[in-house]
Design a protein around this ligand. Structure first.
Ligand SMILES: CC(C)(COP(=O)(O)OP(=O)(O)OC[C@H]1O[C@@H](n2cnc3c(N)ncnc32)[C@H](O)[C@@H]1OP(=O)(O)O)[C@@H](O)C(=O)NCCC(=O)NCCS
Length: 161
């Protein structure tokens, strides 16, 4: 039975690989160069924007849970950040979550989202929020099935030369 535990420095390469894969997929229509640039920049983005380096998950008001299988196998992660909406209400944001490709379809994504929900309840937070790429059908199906509604959309148009 997989267990959830806080992030430890040994998790960094696994976290980075899965999070980068998610970020690259979220680019949607993109060039090889754009994808290569994202890969190159991602560790810096984590460090500069979130204070997250291999040694330390230093994101303010945030927690990073790691889903671990037998023999310490890295199965996935759940990054939660506490925020406030413009009206001042507390929100628990799922900043990122993911399950390694080989372990998908076994209910682990659902398990991670249940953890987000229980964490919100423990903190007395009523709303959970997340962003998901329009092309991520699997994740959108999961969130919809768990009762999440779309509250805003990001729209983008790529201008042709
Ligand atoms: C999205 C993700 C976390 C789902 O994890 P998972 O462990 O495969 O999901 P589960 O096995 O718990 O499935 C939960 C639900 O997801 C949906 N789902 C799962 N596989 C699916 C598929 N192939 N197609 C469509 N929906 C699917 C279903 O609603 C499923 O519920 P069901 O099993 O009752 O039918 C996983 O695909 C993933 O890590 N993707 C890459 C990272 C990512 O996209 N993260 C989200 C960023 S916002």
């Amino acid at each position: 039975m997989p267990t959830l535990r806080p992030y430890a420095p040994k998790d960094y390469p696994h976290f980075l690989a899965l999070d980068l894969e998610t970020a690259v997929d979220a680019l949607g229509e993109s060039t090889d160069r754009e994808r290569a640039l994202l890969r190159e920049r991602w560790p810096g983005v984590l460090a500069e924007l979130h204070g997250f380096t291999q040694e330390r998950f230093g994101a303010p008001d945030a927690l990073l849970w790691v889903l671990e299988g037998e023999g310490g196998r890295y199965l996935g992660h759940l990054w939660l950040t506490e925020k406030r909406d413009p009206a001042g209400a507390r929100i628990l944001e799922v900043t990122t979550m993911g399950v390694v490709r080989e372990a998908r379809g076994e209910g682990l994504g659902r398990l991670l989202m249940q953890k987000a929900e229980s964490e919100a309840r423990v903190r007395g937070i009523q709303d959970i929020e997340l962003s998901v790429a329009g092309n991520n059908r699997r994740a959108r199906e999961l969130y919809r099935d768990l009762g999440y509604d779309t509250v805003r959309r990001t729209m983008r148009k790529r201008l042709r030369a």
